[in-house]
Design a protein around this ligand. Sequence first.
Ligand SMILES: Cc1cc2nc3c(=O)[nH]c(=O)nc-3n(C[C@H](O)[C@H](O)[C@H](O)COP(=O)(O)OP(=O)(O)OC[C@H]3O[C@@H](n4cnc5c(N)ncnc54)[C@H](O)[C@@H]3O)c2cc1C
Length: 288
Amino acid sequence: MAFRHLPANSAEETLAALKEHGDDGKVFAGGVALSILMKSGVYEPDVLIDIAGANDLDFIEETENGGVRIGAKTVHRKIETSPLVQERFPLLADIFHNVATIRIRSQGTVGGNLCFAEPASDPPGAFLALEARMNTRKADGTERVVPATEFWTGYYECALDEDELLCSIEVDPLPDGFQTACTRFTTRSKEDKPCVSVSTAVLTEEDGKTAREVRIGLGGVEAIFRRLTAVEEGLKGKELNQENIDAVLADSLDDLDPLTDIRASGDYRRQVTPVLIRRTILKALGVS
Ligand SMILES: Cc1cc2nc3c(=O)[nH]c(=O)nc-3n(C[C@H](O)[C@H](O)[C@H](O)COP(=O)(O)OP(=O)(O)OC[C@H]3O[C@@H](n4cnc5c(N)ncnc54)[C@H](O)[C@@H]3O)c2cc1C
């Protein structure tokens, strides 16, 4: 396996390299996913554009409205341990804290995780529940803001063009009163990639029980990460207890299209997914 290693020390250099090498070039971020594909011979790039030195893509900063902007090259561990993220977005701190092992979290980047779009991933569901936006750039200077709901387009596919770089992810503060929780369910070991990964953000009426808005981001189950909008709509105005949530899930999850893979069969996922969604909603409300 012969390839050219091309260090790119900024977003600008990365974009220039993507323009020059087109289909032959591949961004190498943490390399966690890419090196496995390369070692196993599944993927043989001609040019690896190594962004290890692109420090302008490595940051966590507060936005003007009190949200957070995270550079695409930021490693999971840095997000998990960021005081800003922990204070404003405990859901993100929690989800990144539970990805794989500390070794992988110290190497894998948020951009690599989101762009690789492997169904068995945790952060996409959380970014969906938080209604994140992906900031991208191309070498010709074009910039796009892609809502999380439009970022994942297929099995291991995201909305980026060949010469487009994910630069940062931005999350606005949740309106007052929202409570969040996530559940990652594994079938092999605690550190394994998720069989089912659910993230929720729940806002109730003043009684603390009736749903005003429920957001559910699902990963691990289907080929594409998505919000469960039919379930979210069905829950609106209902008291959030086990019986009501289960009834809505029974009515509104007909379109679930679960994968069969090494972690579980589609039938198994179909059975456990509603249970995990219900538990995650109740967990957000502090009911276990
Ligand atoms: C044993 C193991 C266990 C794991 N467990 C989990 C888990 O429990 N949950 C989970 O969510 N994930 C898990 N992962 C995945 C891991 O967290 C990383 O997210 C993933 O490996 C990719 O990150 P990376 O930075 O290494 O990306 P890379 O391997 O460098 O790149 C992956 C892909 O993204 C592209 N890319 C990277 N950055 C950009 C960018 N800025 N713009 C455009 N394209 C880009 C690359 O070109 C490549 O196609 C696991 C991985 C392993 C090996």
